[in-house]
Design a protein around this ligand. Sequence first.
Ligand code: SF4
Ligand code: SF4
Length: 248
Amino acid sequence: MAEEWGADLFGVADLSPVRQYIEETFGDELLHLDKAVVSAVFFPAGVVNQIREGPTHTYLYYYKALNTRLDDIALRLANRLYREGYHSFPVPASQRVSEDKLAGIFSHRLAASLAGLGWIGKNCALINPEVGPRLRLVTVLTDAPLPPDQPMGDRCGKCTACMEACPPGAIKGVAFRPEDPLEARLDARGCDAYQSKVRVSFGKRVCGRCLAVCPWGEKPKRRGYGGKGRLTGDDGGSENRDSGTEAL
Ligand code: SF4
Ligand code: SF4
């Protein structure tokens, strides 16, 4: 369904292993929904390539366009699940509800990594073997008894391209570990402050250099899909694993 509605990838996450983390980070309001259906839409590669040197209005345009499509997918899916007799909750694709944590009501990246769509990279973005971090995500939480996918291991290796490309030095080059706080990997306020500076010169808050330089997104790759149209992990991207280029 998600693919028919415009998703390039989707997967199902079992949230029960991170129940405590979810409660501590996002509260208990949605804890009864123990599965997450995560959909991804890919950025046009040529558009992302342009932001290696600085912000572009085209990137901003597609950032919003992708969010619109993702929210549409999530709404359709949540209502479909409801009609099938299950609780569901569409998490907005792009919404900040906490100025302290610069975060939304739930982590799409966490759900996507548990759903096997990729791993959380040193730039704190979800890195997919097919397109690197050149995608955006949306999540529908549900109690539907869907079969979960398997998480994928970290493949950043020795690469530090995102850290080197970050203008304010906000990326610390530390591999993701679920037990670590965000601050261990990213100075989120430094990133935020840099984007505020960009607004002064460019007119809008935007950056994304750490996305554009990630070697996992540099070259088009042939897709290896399983029976449901999900990514299988047959990535074809290992030649770029430790090369040095960058990404959030
Ligand atoms: S978006 Fe820009 S400032 Fe923020 S972490 Fe990425 S490269 Fe650094
Ligand atoms: S640029 Fe390198 S270190 Fe950063 S997320 Fe991509 S693969 Fe990982």
